[in-house]
Design a protein around this ligand. Structure first.
Ligand SMILES: [Zn+2]
Length: 356
């Protein structure tokens, strides 16, 4: 077949077929694909136009014009069909169900700090507002800072291997030289060694004990505070702690001081607040397994710093007095958020934590 016949046959096929191909296309991608078969880079009409240099001179002009006309015709048909598709789509949107763009969208749920961390920050903030400095100490500390300088006698049961996690030591070093601190009172010792009165300091962090049963966790969070100056009395202790507890649990919560013993205070006491789970002080006596129906929960330990502690850190016990207090943050978090099981705070169950 001659090139001219080939060219004419190609033009004839393209001209008679392309409308049917466009008719079969139901959407824009199909329409564009159909169009590409004719005027795309390897489409039929494009290929014919590339054949033009091989056509005899006398027919080249006429055949070329026909091919170009067909190409223009196909392109304008495509544009018309695209416009009609868009129009039909818009009409379908307008006649379809209404889309209420004022409905709230699906938000991304942000995480939040663990309730223990939040309680810690809240408590530190409260004491900072009372003028206390915030201090930090290491979780691994010296036996001296954890026990000796606080007045623990060498045979105190707390210093026993059964109760405390001691760090492994190189040969020749006492096996009890360093340990995971058993309370945040180590920060009290460190700050008093470093600074001179007047002092008001608060510190919070993880502490470690070997207790491991259903009601105890080997790691828990504690907050500790102390104030030292000339003339600090038990009245200051009661005033600061009562103010603090009422800021935390509400102005009408009952606060009760009871005598108790800790090696590093004299006198020492424990403080109870009304149980915020049963709120029996306002709702009357109720069954409550958190406070065991007493209506009170022990919240913190406190006392006047023992003179022996001042001697160990180089303060004159005749001149300075001070008070100290410590509490478990898990207990505060339980009362604050009304949680009846301490284990929930350490279980890392997002279904529970997301509710707080
Ligand atoms: Zn209760």
């Amino acid at each position: 077949m001659s090139v001219v016949a080939q060219f004419e046959e190609g033009l004839g096929h393209a001209a008679s077929e392309y409308k049917a191909a466009f008719d079969a296309a139901r959407d824009e991608p199909a329409l564009r694909a159909a169009n590409a078969r004719y005027t795309g880079p390897s489409g039929i009409v494009t290929k014919l136009l590339k054949l033009m240099p091989e056509l005899p001179k006398e027919q080249r002009r006429e055949l070329g014009q026909r091919a170009n006309r067909l190409k223009e015709e196909i392109e304008s048909e495509l544009a018309a069909r695209l416009a009609s598709l868009a129009h039909a789509q818009r009409a379908a949107e307008l006649s379809g169900p209404a889309l209420d763009v004022t409905l709230p969208g699906y938000g991304v749920r942000a995480g939040h700090a663990h309730p223990l961390t939040r309680v810690k920050h809240e408590l530190l903030d409260l004491f900072a507002g009372l003028g206390f400095d915030i201090a930090e100490g290491p979780e691994v500390d010296l036996h001296e800072n954890n026990f000796d300088r606080l007045g623990f006698p060498p045979d105190h049961p707390a210093t026993d291997m059964q109760d405390t996690f001691f760090m492994q030591q190189p040969p020749g070093v006492s096996p009890r030289a360093t340990l995971l601190r058993t309370h945040t009172s180590t920060v009290q010792v460190r700050e008093m060694l470093r600074r001179k009165p007047p002092l008001a300091v608060v510190s919070a962090g993880a502490v470690f004990r070997r207790d491991d049963d259903v009601t105890h966790s080997p790691m828990f969070m504690q907050l500790e505070g102390f104030m030292v100056d000339e003339g600090v009395s038990f009245a200051h202790l009661k005033g600061v702690l009562t103010h603090f507890l009422r800021r935390l649990f509400g102005q009408n919560v009952p606060v009760r001081f009871r005598p108790s013993y800790f090696p590093f205070v004299e006198p020492g006491g424990e403080v109870d607040v009304g149980c915020t789970i049963c709120r029996s002080w306002e709702l009357g006596p109720r069954e409550c397994r958190v406070c065991k129906n007493t209506g009170f929960m022990e919240i913190l330990g406190c006392g006047m710093i023992h003179p022996v502690v001042f001697e160990h850190v180089g303060y004159d016990p005749e001149r300075f007095t001070g008070f100290a207090f410590g509490m478990g943050l898990d207990r505060v978090a339980m009362l604050r958020y009304g949680i009846a099981e301490v284990g929930l705070l350490y279980g890392n169950d997002v279904r529970f934590l997301a509710q707080l």
